[in-house]
Design a protein around this ligand. Structure first.
Ligand code: FE2
Ligand code: FE2
Length: 349
């Protein structure tokens, strides 16, 4: 997943509920529980504007201030997932397509891509004031969103092993990618003398429950949106190198291909579950998710215009471009019914 991925915090349909997840901080040393909170908004971040850290010591972040728009961790009904991917129950599963996707994931195109260099620290040291603050927030939020994908995919890989080993292995390989993305972003935070304590957050943070159907909608959209966000920023900075203020963006061209492959996998999953695409209820839900995801992304980004302006982008234009491109590719996804319109399956408005 990517920076805006799985930030569907505005969604609250009746079928979703929050579960208190594994609050197990009791056994941890007190020092690890001391909170260093996320800033809630860009303006708050700018207003806080603490001085640059002077020493090499990193501050370990162990708590995130939850707001409506904070990237979340997700869980689902794994028993239903097992039923959905049982080839004896679901005859729509195209095992040959999943085999082909698995080979692609095994190729691991980005195995050697995420290698840092001294440019990172030097660029971070040059940043100060509101831009430095908003950059830190960008790294934190992106790391949390990528890590959210890692957790969900890792668990799905584990739970589906017996029912559908091929699908399970793809989930495991996607969790490999997301761990790599989250780790790279967390190393970026080290340039600012910070680090997210991801192990602690895994145990201590609340998880939001989505039914499998909603997981499919949300992750498909998040992965494809992630692709468009990364490639748009990459192309913009390639054309306007004077705004290349931090080298992480140079990695976005290959990085976004990971997100694109993840999205393609969810497209294949949706195709294997036509009941999630073809009836009127599914169409309403998918439209609701499209709208919610785009609105959430827009509200998030409007709070952070300092960041987008800092890399030479107009926030509104950037979001409109991402949304329009995403609507186009979503409409091109396979569709099993010709007579019913669907956000994921046809070109009807
Ligand atoms: Fe990712
Ligand atoms: Fe992804």
């Amino acid at each position: 997943m990517a920076s805006s991925a799985m930030e569907l915090s505005l969604l609250n349909p009746a079928a979703m509920r929050h579960r208190a997840a594994r609050p197990s901080s009791a056994g941890l040393p007190l020092a690890r529980r001391s909170a260093v909170r996320f800033r809630a908004s860009a303006s708050a971040a700018a207003a806080a504007a603490p001085p640059k850290p002077s020493g090499p010591k990193k501050r370990g972040k162990t708590e995130i201030q939850e707001t409506l728009l904070t990237p979340r961790f997700y869980t689902t009904d794994f028993d239903e997932m097992e039923r959905l991917f049982n080839a004896e129950i679901n005859k729509q599963l195209n095992q040959a397509e999943f085999d082909a996707l698995l080979q692609e994931f095994k190729t691991d195109y980005n195995q050697t891509h995420f290698v840092r260099n001294p440019e990172f620290k030097a660029a971070a040291d040059k940043m100060d004031g509101p831009l430095r603050q908003i950059f830190v927030e960008f790294l934190e939020r992106s790391c949390t969103a990528e890590f959210s994908g890692f957790l969900l995919y890792k668990e799905l890989g584990r739970r589906l092993k017996k029912t559908n080993p091929v699908v399970a292995e793809i989930f495991s390989l996607m969790s490999r990618d997301e761990a790599r993305h989250a780790g790279f972003l967390n190393k970026g935070l080290s340039d600012f003398n910070l680090a997210l304590d991801l192990g602690f957050l895994t145990k201590a943070r609340k998880y939001t429950f989505f039914k499998p159907k909603f997981i499919f909608y949300a992750t498909y959209l998040s992965e494809k949106i992630g692709y468009w966000r990364y490639i748009t920023i990459f192309r913009h900075l390639k054309a306007n190198p004077e705004y290349q203020v931090y080298p992480i963006f140079k990695y976005f061209e290959n990085w976004c291909q990971d997100e694109n492959r993840h999205g393609d996998f969810f497209s294949a999953l949706l195709k294997a579950q036509p009941q999630f695409l073809n009836d009127w209820k599914a169409k309403l839900w998918s439209r609701f998710f499209c709208l919610s995801v785009y609105v959430t992304m827009y509200l998030n980004d409007c709070q952070r215009t300092t960041f987008y302006e800092g890399i030479g982008l107009d926030t509104k234009e950037f979001d409109m471009h991402v949304i329009i491109e995403n609507v186009h590719i979503s409409a091109d996804q396979p569709h099993n019914s010709e007579d019913l319109p669907c956000c994921f399956g046809c070109r009807e408005p």
